[in-house]
Design a protein around this ligand. Structure first.
Ligand SMILES: Nc1ncnc2c1ncn2[C@@H]1O[C@H](COP(=O)(O)OP(=O)(O)OP(=O)(O)O)[C@@H](O)[C@H]1O
Ligand SMILES: [Mg+2]
Length: 331
């Protein structure tokens, strides 16, 4: 089976062709750089950019896969969560294609897409598996007991970890998106230079709003030139506090469900130091991480989730609407 997948939930216009065995025949992603001058994604601009690029990106994905629309067996698009206007562009485009071509359609939950990113180019889905989903909008520990069976063990009570990277970077005067900027700078810094507070929250939940305020006060109390002189050390220390909080809860979750296999997905899973610490500190479990291109938003991961659903006989009605706050639910 061969699936055309469309992802437009935020500021990436992405189209992919994925076939059996979660093999990616093409994955074309156009990131909207225009938002960087505003320091964050502007929803109306995102929708307009998707409208402009959805067709050329689709044609490029078909060309890269060296197939025509007739060779596609099913069409899928993200229906949520995300920005409503952005979601609608990809969803309406996908449903229209399915209608015109008389092909089955499937709406994919963006979070389920992130989870399936780890199965791309893998022969089969291995369960049970504990997921740490760390992205720009989510920080969740998810126990996937079986295919399409999800138990949310914990999630952030306020900001997402990716958001803490982005907002921290803004305070440090670094460009948007802040995650990659902090990652790069921190590689030259001392993670023990300053101890930012690690939030203590009950259960397997997270909190990332306090550390942001701690960074704000830390910078306010010091001169501009001192901060510039120690920028890489500050970035490394801030990043280390974020990672400590993530890994502390990940360890607790592993123990709670006695997980043997753990996957880290979402944009923050690109982080160099996070990847290194996982390899060094979690040698007792099998650690899975998607290749870097499938960590941040992409249509290949949407295609992987769609493929699994199509193969299980699931389809969505063409009346399916966009749901900006869709949550991950089991089937
Ligand atoms: N190397 C990195 N280190 C840390 N964070 C990173 C890195 N690369 C990307 N990020 C962060 O990942 C986030 C983007 O990830 P992703 O595209 O998965 O999120 P999103 O789609 O915006 O959110 P969601 O999937 O929750 O709706 C941003 O916050 C970005 O700063
Ligand atoms: Mg995402």
């Amino acid at each position: 089976m061969r699936v055309l997948a469309i992802e437009t939930s935020c500021d990436e216009t992405s189209v992919a062709v994925v076939e059996d065995g979660y093999r990616v025949l093409s994955n074309i992603t156009r990131s909207q750089v225009t938002h960087s001058k505003f320091g964050g994604v502007v929803p109306e601009i995102a929708s307009r950019e998707h409208t402009r690029y959805i067709l050329p990106v689709t044609l490029a994905a078909l060309e890269q896969a060296q197939i025509s629309l007739n060779d596609i067996d099913g069409i899928s698009a993200t229906y949520g969560p995300g920005l409503i206007g952005a979601l609608l562009v990809g969803l309406v485009f996908g449903k229209t294609l399915a209608q015109v071509l008389s092909k089955p359609f499937l709406g994919v939950n963006h979070l389920e897409g992130h989870l399936f990113s780890v199965f791309l180019h893998a022969p089969e889905v291995l369960t049970p598996i504990l997921f740490l989903l760390v992205s720009g909008g989510h920080t969740e520990l998810i126990w996937m007991e079986d295919l399409f069976q999800y138990r949310i063990l914990g999630s952030t009570l306020d900001d997402a970890c990716g958001e803490a990277f982005d907002k921290g970077a803004k305070l440090l005067g670094l460009p948007y998106p802040g995650g990659p900027a902090i990652d790069r700078l921190a590689q030259k810094g001392d993670p023990q230079f300053h101890q930012f507070p690690r939030a203590r929250v009950p259960g397997l939940n997270f909190s990332f709003s306090g550390i942001k305020t701690a960074l704000l006060y830390f910078l306010r109390d010091r001169s501009e030139s001192w901060v510039q002189q120690h920028l890489s050390d500050i970035a490394a220390s801030y990043q280390e506090a974020l990672l400590d909080m993530l890994l502390h809860k990940l360890r607790q979750a592993i123990e709670a469900v006695e997980a043997r296999r753990v996957a880290i997905v979402g944009g923050v899973s690109r982080n160099t130091r996070l990847r290194k610490r996982l390899q060094e500190e979690f040698t007792d479990v099998e650690i899975l991480m998607p290749p870097l291109t499938y960590c941040t938003d992409n249509a290949a991961m949407i295609g992987a989730a769609a493929l699994a659903h199509f193969q299980a006989g699931h389809t969505s009605p063409l009346t399916l609407g966009a749901d900006p706050s869709a949550s991950l639910s089991s089937l």
